[in-house]
Design a protein around this ligand. Sequence first.
Ligand code: BGC
Length: 349
Amino acid sequence: MGKKRFVLGCLIGCLLTALLSGCSSPSREAENSGKEKSDKVQIGMCFDSFVIERWQRDRDVFVSTAKELGAEVNVQNANGDPAKQKEQIEYFIKKGMDIIVIICIDSKEIADSVKKAQDEGIKVIAYDRPISNAGADLYISFDNEMVGEMMGEAFVKNGLKGGKVVMICGPLTDNNVPMVRDGFTKVMEENDNEVLDIYYADGWKAEAAGDYVYNNTELIEEADAIMCGNDDLASKVVYALSEKRLAGKKMVSGQDADLEACQRIVEGTQLMTVYKPIEKLAGKAAEAAVALANGEELPAEELSEYDDGKKTVPYLKIETVSVSKDNMDDVIIKNGFHLKEDVYLNVPH
Ligand code: BGC
């Protein structure tokens, strides 16, 4: 091979490698680009993952609202890996974003990076999940204790008094999980219901919830109700129950109002879900992100407080709605959250 051709080959090779790796490596891009040049507010948004249906809606509403307000949003997805989320926050710090919005996977991993961002003058919003010991500039979420209470109250309304329940929650690394658990167990205690077992599904993995049902037949048979931490966990629980011919015979709860959960509710295999108005959460969060990035104060009358273990963080709390067969149309269909023909796909209505 001639020398010129060899050099040309190397150049093309290097170019290809750079192009391919540049697409997926945030840190390489950061080194090259440095601080964003644009005058627009730069928002970095770190998601846990997009496996659960709701998060795509969170992203879409947040990004479109922020754009309408003249900001730019860079979205990163950690695919459930806390170390990767830390890297993505560090990437946003290097890039000199104005504000970082985080759906925290595990506070232990990222609290230092939050501090580092704030030391660089970058604001941080804890979105949907609180970040322990981090002193974020804002925590915006639904009332998680109320989510748990709604699950419990729906069971009680459906006749669960002096009964038995099994709880299949999300992982304790998600700070929402103990809040939902406590709201639920409070209602159980008030109504003399016994909690037979509490299981925490690692990484919100629905398969783990299904496996729990397969591996704990006696407990499941003894229980009158199964509290599931979200609709995705409920999906595999109901599937496993149906294999035991128990679907519809145990009360099952969830949250998020996923389409399939709404279908199960009208079909009778899931008792309830909790509707969380994502449009409101994501819209308000985008407005708050732009305001904070511009150094503006948030309207004090909308804020309460959350103690994250290090600091009292301003907390923008959004209400939720309990959804059963009875109010499905009013809560979920009228506002277009899901289409009627999709919810009632398998049942006449
Ligand atoms: C959220 C739920 C969601 C779950 C899994 C929780 O922190 O509050 O709405 O289903 O994470 O992503």
